[in-house]
Design a binder for this molecule. Structure first.
Ligand SMILES: Cc1cc2nc3c(=O)[nH]c(=O)nc-3n(C[C@H](O)[C@H](O)[C@H](O)COP(=O)(O)O)c2cc1C
Length: 371
C-alpha cells in the first residue's frame, strides 16, 4: 500500500469515526420540553393534588436543588418538609436560601390551590432553618374561586443572558413592587448603589470561584450530560446555564466535575459574571424583617410573587446571591448600601427582546412525596 492510499484510508476512517461519534453524542440540550410525561406511581394523590404539587415544584431554588419534600398525612393535608440531602453547605451554611426556596414553593402551591378552588390553611412548624417539618398545610374547598393564571407559574424562568440596559418604565417598577414597598427596593442603573452592587458581585464571584468547597459543590450540582439531566432532573444543566451551540455540545459531551475544578472554568465563571453585570436596568433587593424562619418563608413568597409578574412585561430576573454568600464581602454590604434590614435576595433585572422558554428540570411529584 502506498503512502497516499494509506492516508486516504486512515483519513476516511477518522471521518467515519467522527461522524459516528457525533451521531451518538448529546446533540442538543436536554430541557423541560424533552421530558416524557410521568407515569403516576403514588396512586392516592388526586388529580388536583398532583397538579398543585407539580406547579409548586416549578419554584426556583439555589442550584435548582429543589430542597422540598411532602409528607402526605391524608387527602388535602400535607406537611412541607426540608430535605437536608439537598442543602448547599458551602454557599448556604445556615440554610437561609433553602428556606427562601421553600417559601417560593409555598407561594406557587397557594396560587395553584386557590385557582382550583381551595383555600390554604398554613401552620408554621419549624423553629430553625434546619427543622425537618417546616409547614403544615390543609387545603379546604372554598366557594370563592380565586382565579390565578397558572401559566405564569409554568412560564416563569431565570434569565441570565441578553438583558438590556434600557431603564425600566416607572409604571412597570410600580407594578412589580405593588403592596410591598417596605421590603422591595429597586436600584436603577443611574445610582451609586448600582455600581457598588455590580463591583461587589464581581468581587464575590472571584472569591467564590476560587473557594474550593463552593466550586466542588457547584460541580456536584451540574448535570453536564443529557443522561444525568434525565436521571436526576435537578441541578444546573447546560440548557439552564444558557450554554448553546458548539460550546453546549462540547460541555455536554466532554465536561465533568474535574473541569469545574480547573482554573479555566473558574476564570470563565468570573468573566461571565462581569459580562452579566455590565448589562441590566438595575437590581431589585428584597429584605426581610428579621432572620426568623417565618420571615424567610414570607420573603421567599414575596420574591416569587414578584418573579411571577415579570414575564408579562418582558422583564428578566437573575438572582446573583454571591454577595450574601461570601462573608468577606457581606460584612460591609448593609452599611455601604444604607439598608438596616437583612437583604435576602439580590436580583439583576432588565428588559429582554425575546423571552426564552423555561428549560430547567424538575423531579416528578412522586419523587418528593415521603410516606
Ligand atoms: C435562593 C436562590 C438563590 C439563587 N442564586 C442564584 C445565583 O447566585 N446565580 C444564578 O445564576 N441563579 C441563582 N438562582 C436561580 C436558580 O439557579 C434557578 O432558580 C434554578 O436553576 C431553576 O431555574 P428556573 O428559575 O429557571 O426555574 C437562585 C435561586 C434561588 C431561589
Amino acid at each position: 500500500m502506498n503512502r497516499r492510499r494509506f492516508l486516504g484510508i486512515t483519513g476516511g476512517s477518522a471521518v467515519v469515526a467522527c461522524a459516528t461519534y457525533y451521531a451518538y453524542s448529546d446533540k442538543s440540550n436536554f430541557v423541560r420540553a424533552s421530558l416524557k410525561p410521568d407515569t403516576p406511581v403514588i396512586t392516592e394523590l388526586t388529580t388536583d393534588e398532583r397538579h398543585i404539587l407539580f406547579l409548586a415544584s416549578l419554584a426556583p431554588s439555589g442550584h435548582n436543588t429543589q430542597p422540598w419534600l411532602i409528607k402526605y398525612m391524608e387527602p388535602l393535608h400535607w406537611i412541607i418538609c426540608n430535605d437536608k440531602t439537598k442543602w448547599l453547605t458551602a454557599v448556604d451554611p445556615a440554610q437561609r436560601e433553602t428556606i427562601l426556596s421553600i417559601g417560593a414553593f409555598i407561594q406557587n402551591l397557594e396560587y395553584a390551590a386557590n385557582n382550583l378552588g381551595y383555600r390554604c390553611q398554613f401552620s408554621l412548624l419549624a423553629n430553625t432553618n434546619q427543622d425537618e417539618k417546616v409547614m403544615e398545610v390543609k387545603l379546604i374547598r372554598s366557594g370563592n374561586l380565586f382565579r390565578y393564571d397558572t401559566r405564569t407559574i409554568i412560564q416563569r424562568r431565570t434569565v441570565r443572558s441578553n438583558m438590556l440596559s434600557e431603564a425600566l418604565k416607572t409604571e412597570d417598577v410600580r407594578l412589580l413592587m405593588a403592596n410591598e414597598p417596605d421590603f422591595i427596593r429597586f436600584v436603577p442603573r443611574t445610582t451609586k448603589a448600582y455600581h457598588y452592587l455590580n463591583e461587589q458581585t464581581i468581587e464575590a464571584n472571584k472569591i467564590q470561584s476560587y473557594r474550593n468547597a463552593a466550586q466542588k459543590e457547584l460541580a456536584d450540582w451540574i448535570r453536564f450530560s443529557n443522561k444525568d439531566a434525565e436521571k436526576y432532573r435537578d441541578g444546573l444543566t447546560p440548557g439552564s446555564m444558557e450554554i448553546e451551540g458548539i460550546s453546549g455540545w462540547v460541555v455536554r459531551n466532554f465536561y465533568g466535575k474535574t473541569n469545574v475544578m480547573g482554573n479555566s472554568f473558574r476564570d470563565q465563571n468570573i468573566k461571565q459574571a462581569e459580562q452579566q453585570v455590565a448589562s441590566s436596568a438595575g437590581w431589585f433587593l428584597i429584605t426581610s424583617k428579621d432572620a426568623s424562619v417565618k420571615s424567610l418563608i414570607e420573603t421567599g413568597q414575596r420574591m416569587q410573587r414578584l418573579f411571577l409578574k415579570v414575564r408579562d412585561k418582558n422583564i428578566a430576573i437573575h438572582p446573583m446571591t454571591q454577595i450574601l454568600e461570601e462573608p468577606a464581602i457581606h460584612q460591609n454590604f448593609n452599611s455601604a448600601i444604607g439598608i438596616n434590614e437583612p437583604v435576602q435576595f439580590i436580583l439583576r433585572t432588565g428588559y429582554v427582546k425575546n423571552y426564552p422558554e423555561p428549560v430547567s428540570l424538575r423531579r416528578p411529584v412522586d419523587w418528593f412525596i415521603c410516606p
